[in-house]
Design a protein around this ligand. Structure first.
Ligand code: ZN
Ligand code: ZN
Ligand code: ZN
Length: 371
């Protein structure tokens, strides 16, 4: 399996980034290791204290400022085939002056949102008269709408995490701790992905804590267990899916609540269409849960965008008037959490298209009863 997309895709992204700079009256963006750099060039650079930075001016040559000792990893990446000059530096050189030298006569630049403060501040010192902003508005405009190749990759990530959920029920044996189960799940995630990103196993009353950390709590018959897991593929795209399990038959009240959640999630998925706002998708889930008396227990947004990061734009949040567009990918993950008692969440990744919505996760959505 190729770890990169075709070089032409990166070239296209770079030229759109330059256009976007020009539109936002920026002279350049400066992008360090992380999802933005991987998006623009395919280069999956390690985040280190030494400065690596891609300098993308609105007009003029592209330059990668990079430590000499990292050049081998650059040559192994698509940067090799892109029109990007290398400005290498040795241990005693000042890389910030290299960035400055790439950008004479600039007034406004932006650095990627995840650049370490120590680096952003050093850059500011090197270019004291230049206005420095964050490049989030440039990059999220590009990254928010997924190309067909990216959608295929999100579908692949979805299948990978589905194969893990398929095996979760067998791990949820009464008497095991959340942490033991979480360790096994992390291993399965690593088998199916390049890396495991997170594992939530929340049993019994812990199921009512949306972002519970796996603990020494022992799984018992009668427990509800929320399992929310995700990993990253070798191309860099993230999976994220939640299923709720019941150890033995659930009580009737919980079964009713879960059915309401199931229906709310289905309604929210059905609401996804080009031109519908993020807030309207959130309302589809929220209104349905409220009608079932669970609105006050649905304490978080309905979803988040996903791609090279697990959480990115667009956010499926009440009041977000952003309209969905072709290629926007995000989670639909309503839940309810009765403090001290039990909770549940149901999460799938979907992609909005002008045709049918692509659903990346397809494990059964009923409460999974573990015998
Ligand atoms: Zn979450
Ligand atoms: Zn999520
Ligand atoms: Zn999740």
């Amino acid at each position: 399996v190729a770890r990169y997309f075709a070089t032409t895709q990166y070239a296209d992204r770079l030229s759109r980034a330059r256009q976007q700079c020009a539109e936002l009256a920026l002279d350049a963006i400066v992008i360090g290791p992380g999802p933005d750099l991987r998006y623009l060039t395919g280069y999956h650079a390690t985040v280190l204290e030494r400065l690596t930075a891609l300098v993308v001016p609105a007009v003029g040559d592209l330059t990668l400022v990079v430590p000499n000792m990292e050049v081998g990893t650059v040559y192994a990446s698509p940067i090799n085939e892109l029109d990007i000059e290398l400005a290498t530096w040795d241990e005693l050189d000042d890389p910030y002056s290299l960035v400055r030298d790439c950008l004479p006569h600039v007034e406004r630049i932006a650095v990627d949102d995840l650049m370490w403060a120590v680096k952003a501040l050093r850059l500011r010192e090197a270019m004291p008269d230049v206005t420095q902003l964050t490049a989030g508005p440039v990059m999220s405009e590009l990254r928010m709408r997924k190309s067909p190749a990216e959608i295929a990759e999100l579908v692949r990530a979805g299948r990978a995490v589905d194969r893990v959920h398929e095996r979760v029920a067998d791990l949820l044996t009464p008497g095991r701790t959340e942490r033991e189960v979480a360790k096994d799940i992390a291993e399965l995630l690593t088998e199916e992905h390049e890396s495991a990103d997170f594992v939530i196993v929340a049993a019994g009353p812990n199921s009512a804590v949306p972002h519970h950390e796996p603990s020494e709590a022992i799984i018992a018959v009668g427990d509800i267990v929320v399992v929310d897991i995700g990993g990253t593929t070798d191309v860099g795209y993230c999976s994220d899916s939640t299923r709720t399990y019941s150890i033995g038959k659930p009580d009737a009240d919980f079964a009713n609540d879960y059915q309401a959640l199931h229906d709310a999630q289905q309604l929210a998925r059905a609401a996804v269409a080009v031109g519908v706002t993020c807030g309207e998708v959130d309302a589809a889930a929220r209104d349905s849960l409220s009608a079932a008396g669970l609105g006050k227990y649905f304490s978080h947004r309905t979803g988040h965008g996903i791609g090279l990061e697990t959480h990115e734009e667009p956010y499926i949040l009440a009041g977000n008037d952003r309209q969905l567009e072709e290629g926007m990918a995000f989670s639909i993950e309503p839940g309810f959490y009765r403090p001290g008692r039990a909770g549940a969440r149901l999460e799938d990744i979907v992609v909005c298209t002008s045709a049918e919505t692509v659903v990346c996760n397809n494990r059964p959505r009923e409460l999974a009863i573990v015998d």
